[in-house]
Design a protein around this ligand. Structure first.
Ligand code: NAD
Length: 346
């Protein structure tokens, strides 16, 4: 580790997510420091560097990765940049926390998997931050304790307040639903085997062929079932939650914990505006745990297998939304490097 005993972390991409990670590394995460930033918009990277002081600026992300001072990398540039930058991190033996999705296709994720297996050492973590969200963790702990018996049905919902034109139905799957696919695998403890996607357009501004509301039904390798509702133009706010139906009970994420305001003959609670607000705590815990794990030998969070396995499910979802019929998930066998795979739910 570097001279200051603090892990020197470089952040690639200084937009919404990258500037948030940079601020957390600077101000909220112990035993780490924001050492460098990179953005193709060099002025934006420069502003972040100036704000936090003693931060190097790189116009080229690969230069940040190759810099000897940089001990670990956070990738928060757009989806299509993830795979080449993660491969560069592997080439340079740098631990990397890559925002979701791990790549923009399952094939590209497979290249990462193969490179990491070849290296024989896990260096990649994927930014599935719900694993660190206290509301999700509380549900996971209840399920794992056996409180509701074997989980048999997963229900997930993921609603964004609004969306700018320019997106596609496929983007909704790869960029938004990917989180819920990962959640389903994590909570049920089994891989998804078959998916069936239906959708509709409720927001003409996106283009009539864009399904802004999508409903996925799935079954798992052990015959359990689930549904995911993704709605990228909910119109009312940002909301993410899960419900796990077990053999003897149900566990659900807690509703918002903000104050209840009673006025004009109505009671109301604020609903968050977006992910930066809703998952503020999760992002800090995610990076703090990642830093600690690197100090103790290697990453312990969602890994390249999770990134790959969720992308093959996303591919099947895309095939289903195009064909209108259920699709099997074509997945490789898990390489030994990734251990036992998903923790089997009781
Ligand atoms: N985990 C989550 O909850 C979550 C939430 C939102 C976005 N994301 C993911 O985070 C990533 C970034 O999303 P965002 O909302 O911050 O996007 P953004 O558009 O706000 O920021 C992306 C930044 O990357 C820069 N950039 C583009 N190409 C680059 C390159 N080759 N090298 C360096 N910088 C480059 C852009 O100039 C921009 O500043 C995406 O992959 C997205 O899917 C994750």
């Amino acid at each position: 580790m570097g001279n200051s005993e603090q892990l020197a972390v470089g952040v690639i991409g200084t937009g919404g997510m990258g500037s948030m990670h940079a601020e957390n590394l600077h101000a909220r995460v112990a035993n780490a420091r924001l050492a460098a930033v990179s953005d193709v918009d060099i002025a934006r990277a420069g502003e972040i560097a100036e704000r936090y002081g003693s931060v190097a600026v790189f116009g080229e992300a690969v230069e940040l990765i190759r810099d000897e001072e940089i001990e670990a990398v956070v990738i928060s540039s757009p989806d299509q940049t993830h795979a080449p930058l993660v491969l560069e991190c592997l080439k340079n033996r740098k631990p990397v926390l890559c925002e979701k999705p791990l790549a923009d296709s399952a094939d590209a994720a497979l290249e990462i998997l193969e490179a990491e297996v070849e290296l024989g050492r896990k260096l990649v973590q994927v930014g599935f931050m719900r694993h660190y969200d206290p509301q999700h963790v509380a549900v996971k702990e209840e399920v794992a304790s056996g409180a509701v018996g074997t989980p048999v049905v997963f229900k997930g919902w993921h609603r964004n307040a609004d969306q700018n034109p320019g997106i596609t139905s496929e983007w909704v799957v790869i960029n938004a639903t990917i989180h819920d696919i990962d959640s389903a695998r994590w909570f049920i403890g089994e891989e998804i085997e078959e998916v069936y996607v239906r959708g509709m357009n409720t927001a003409p501004k996106l283009g009539e062929d864009v399904w802004d509301v999508q409903l996925i039904q799935f079954s798992t390798t052990g015959g359990r079932m689930g549904s995911i509702e993704t709605n990228v133009v909910s119109g009312y706010g940002y909301e993410v939650g899960v419900e796990i139906v077990g053999e003897s009970g149900v566990v659900r994420t807690a509703p918002p914990s903000g104050a209840v305001v009673r006025r004009e003959r109505a009671a109301s609670q604020r609903i968050e505006d977006g992910w930066l607000e809703r998952f503020h705590t999760a992002y800090v815990i995610e990076v703090q745990n990642w830093v600690e794990s690197l100090r103790n030998g290697g990453p312990t969070g969602p890994d390249a297998w999770d990134g790959y396995a969720s992308l093959v499910v996303a591919d099947a979802c895309i095939a289903s939304l195009r064909s209108g019929s259920p699709q099997k998930v074509a997945r490789l066998e898990m390489p030994l490097l990734y251990g036992e795979g998903l923790e089997v739910a009781k």
